[in-house]
Each structure stands twice: as structure tokens, then as C-alpha cells.
Design a protein around this ligand. Structure first.
Ligand SMILES: Cc1cc2nc3c(=O)[nH]c(=O)nc-3n(C[C@H](O)[C@H](O)[C@H](O)COP(=O)(O)OP(=O)(O)OC[C@H]3O[C@@H](n4cnc5c(N)ncnc54)[C@H](O)[C@@H]3O)c2cc1C
Length: 383
């Protein structure tokens, strides 16, 4: 049997990609600049994400989801990011982190309770980072102590994507700091839980419409049935979901790069200098060709990591490489696309500058670029 090319989509994948592309173009694009400016994501758009099945791409149909695949989530994230990276990260966190963790680690009861809600109307958030625990995530300080039939959570989370919109949070806390990473436990915390609140919202450089907030857990009481997976095994939940989530960020960065190229290509054909479109200069043609080549390499790495994951093959190194590489490409491509727009590219009247601001986050969240290099090096050195 010959293996199909990475970018050859199955009929189902192809139809889904077209649907995601058209949705992004007609539903998201008209609002992207205003949402970025106002730093708020429209509620009606999130409702459409739900009604079109983008918030439950690989949740089984029997549980109310779209019954698609992980690879289809990757396609949706890429297509959304081509138009707006904030839209992409909402869908990314929902599908590749929260739904994924619930499907993999949830008890039958938790899956029956939460997955239909994640498909219907509940936005999810994933709360690992803290003020003193970023790259060193397992140094987290949020504590969980038993109290009768409940756990009481105490601490503060920082940088939590989707926090303003979310109804369900996966919160990582330690049941015993002396146990190190073996004390870390994942909890399902609903937005209305007593003692739970969403704090300051960050005013950011890019992905401005995506909410990034602090979470405050002030004697937050949740039932013991809220433990996701096993007590003391939260580190495994975190590591395994983030390994997969990185492929989602790689898809986001591929989409950002492609979106910037789309805009720059169109502009280069329209903008005239010296009596002809700037696209007729070989320098501009070669610049676009080089950026498109790098973006294609980014896409191939992303699709390969996603296909390996779906084939149940090792993908740790490939996912880290994809995230590392695509975020480099997105930043470089978006930056050069501004140059193709000339002075206009430097203003907010044109779409180019937003792509560069949105690209920057790729090197930071779900593990900084140095953390990706560390993972790659560990695999190379057999550590
Ligand atoms: C917009 C946004 C959204 C986010 N969303 C979420 C979310 O939904 N959920 C969540 O849990 N977190 C989220 N984060 C947090 C994000 O994952 C962290 O910011 C990231 O892991 C880096 O942690 P830090 O900011 O504490 O930086 P630090 O860990 O302090 O790193 C600072 C610098 O030091 C470098 N560094 C650190 N340790 C080493 C080392 N051992 N060797 C070499 N270099 C090192 C880093 O690479 C970086 O360059 C988000 C962050 C942002 C900005």
C-alpha cells in the first residue's frame, strides 16, 4: 500500500476544511479587526462555533459532538488562524486540551455529564500556569485539601485562556507539595463553584480578542467527584494533553503565516509603483515564494505530527519540533509581509501588523521555544 501524501485529505477532511474555511471567511473575518481593537470576542460568534460543531470536533456523536477526528481539529485551527488567531485559540483550547483531557481521563460519569455540555454551550479552559510556575509548571503552589466529601482549592492561576467565557476549568493543584510532581492532581471546576472567581484580564500585544485572565481560588469547594483521572496523576494529564495541544498551536501558527501571505499576495498584485504592480518585481515574487515555501514546510510538520498522533505512533519530538518551527516561521513570515505592504503595513488600517502581533504568542504558550528545544534534545540524547 502506498502511503497518501500528508496534505492529501480524505473526502470527509476535505469537506470539513472547506466548511471551516468558509465559516472563517464569512463569519469571523468581518469582525476580526474590531474584536482585536476592543479586546473582546463576540458571544454570538462563540455560539456559532457551537452550533456549527467547531467546539466538539472529535467528541463522539452519541455524546452530542461532531464525531470528527483530531486531525480535523487541526484543520479548523489552521483555517481559523488564517483569518483570526484569537478565534483559533478558543477552538484549540476547547478541542485539543479540555475535551481531549475529559475524553481521555474522565470517568464514564464525568464524560456523560460534561462532554454533551462542551458540545452544546460550555467553553472550556485549562489552568496550569501560576505566577511562580510557568516553564517550571510542576512547581505550582495551588493547594487542594480534603474536607469531608469535598476538596478545598486555595491559590491563584495566571494567564488562563478563555477564562472570561468558560463554564468549565481544568485546574491543576497539589494535594501535597512534599510529593513534588506526584502530588499534582487535575480537578474539574465549574465557573459557579463557591470561592472561585475570574480576576484581572490581561491587556495583550496579540490574540487580543482571546481572554487571558487570572483565576482566584479562595477556599474553593468542589466535590471529590471533581478529580479528573487519579489523585497524584495530574502531571500525566498535563503532560499528555500538552503534548497534543502543541500540535494545535503549530496549526495556529501555520494558519497565521498563511493568512499573512494571502494578504500580502493580494496587496502585491494591487499596489502599483513605477507604473506596474509591485508583484511584477522579481524581488517581491521571490520573497513571496520563499515565505510560501517556509509555510508549506510548517504545514507538513504540523500535519505529520497530527497524523502520527492519530496513528498511535510516538509523536513527542515531532510535535515539539512542529511547534518550535511553525512559530519561527509565523513570526518571520508576518514580519516580512508587513514589508510587502510598505508603510501601510505598519498601520492598523491594513491587516498585516495584526498577523505579526498574533504570531508572537506561538513562541511562548504551551511551552516556550526553549522548552520545545529541551524536549527535542532529550529525545535526541535518549534522556
Ligand atoms: C496569551 C497567553 C495565554 C496563555 N494561556 C494559558 C492557559 O490557557 N493555561 C495555562 O496554564 N497557561 C497559559 N499561558 C501561560 C504560558 O504557558 C506561560 O506563559 C509559559 O509557559 C511561560 O511561562 P512564564 O510566562 O512563567 O515564563 P518563564 O517560565 O518565567 O520563562 C521566561 C523565559 O525563561 C526561559 N526559561 C525558563 N526556564 C528555562 C530553562 N530551564 N532553560 C532555558 N530557558 C528557560 C523561557 O523559555 C522564557 O524565555 C498563557 C500565556 C499567555 C501569554
Amino acid at each position: 500500500m502506498t502511503n497518501p501524501p500528508l496534505t492529501l485529505l480524505s473526502e470527509e477532511e476535505g469537506l470539513f476544511q472547506t466548511m471551516a474555511r468558509e465559516f472563517a471567511e464569512y463569519e469571523i473575518r468581518p469582525h476580526a479587526a474590531a474584536m482585536d481593537h476592543e479586546a473582546v470576542f463576540r458571544h454570538d460568534l462563540i455560539e456559532k462555533f457551537f452550533s456549527q460543531g467547531f467546539m466538539s470536533i472529535d467528541i463522539p456523536e452519541a455524546l452530542g459532538g461532531s464525531g470528527g477526528s483530531f486531525f480535523m481539529s487541526i484543520l479548523a485551527i489552521e483555517e481559523f488562524a488564517r483569518v483570526d488567531a484569537s478565534a483559533a485559540v478558543i477552538v484549540d483550547v476547547q478541542n485539543t486540551l479540555v475535551n481531549n483531557a475529559l475524553a481521555r481521563w474522565g470517568s464514564d460519569e464525568q464524560k456523560r455529564k460534561f462532554l454533551p455540555r462542551m458540545a452544546r454551550d460550555t467553553v472550556g479552559a485549562y489552568a496550569l500556569s501560576e505566577p511562580n510556575a510557568g516553564s517550571d509548571a510542576f512547581a505550582l503552589e495551588t493547594r487542594a485539601r480534603e474536607d469531608g466529601g469535598d476538596y478545598i482549592l486555595e491559590g491563584r492561576k495566571l494567564w488562563i485562556t478563555n477564562a472570561k467565557e468558560a463554564g468549565l476549568f481544568i485546574v491543576f493543584a497539589t494535594v501535597n507539595r512534599e510529593l513534588g510532581y506526584k502530588g499534582i492532581t487535575a480537578f474539574l471546576v465549574e465557573a459557579g463553584a463557591p470561592g472561585f472567581s475570574v480576576g484581572k484580564k490581561e491587556d495583550k500585544l496579540g490574540i487580543r480578542a482571546s481572554s487571558t485572565c487570572e483565576l482566584i481560588l479562595d477556599e474553593c469547594r468542589i466535590p471529590k467527584s471533581s478529580v479528573l483521572g487519579e489523585v497524584g496523576r495530574g502531571y500525566k494529564v498535563a503532560i499528555e494533553t500538552l503534548n497534543e495541544g502543541r500540535i494545535g498551536i503549530a496549526a495556529q501558527m501555520t494558519g497565521v503565516a498563511q493568512g499573512a501571505i494571502d494578504q500580502a499576495t493580494r496587496y502585491a498584485k494591487e499596489r502599483k509603483q513605477f507604473g506596474k504592480p509591485i508583484a511584477e518585481n522579481q524581488a517581491i515574487q521571490f520573497q513571496l515564494a520563499r515565505l510560501a515555501t517556509e509555510t508549506e514546510a510548517a504545514r507538513l510538520m504540523t500535519y505529520n505530527a497530527a497524523r502520527l498522533k492519530e496513528a498511535h505512533k510516538p509523536f513527542l519530538k515531532e510535535a515539539a519540533m512542529a511547534k518550535y518551527f511553525t512559530s519561527e516561521v509565523a513570526e518571520r513570515v508576518a514580519s516580512e509581509c508587513i514589508e510587502i505592504f510598505g508603510g501601510y503595513g505598519y498601520t492598523k488600517d491594513y491587516p498585516a501588523e495584526k498577523y505579526l502581533r498574533d504570531a508572537k504568542i506561538g513562541k511562548i504558550y504551551e511551552g516556550t521555544s526553549f522548552m520545545q528545544l529541551q524536549t527535542i534534545a532529550k529525545v535526541l540524547l535518549g534522556q
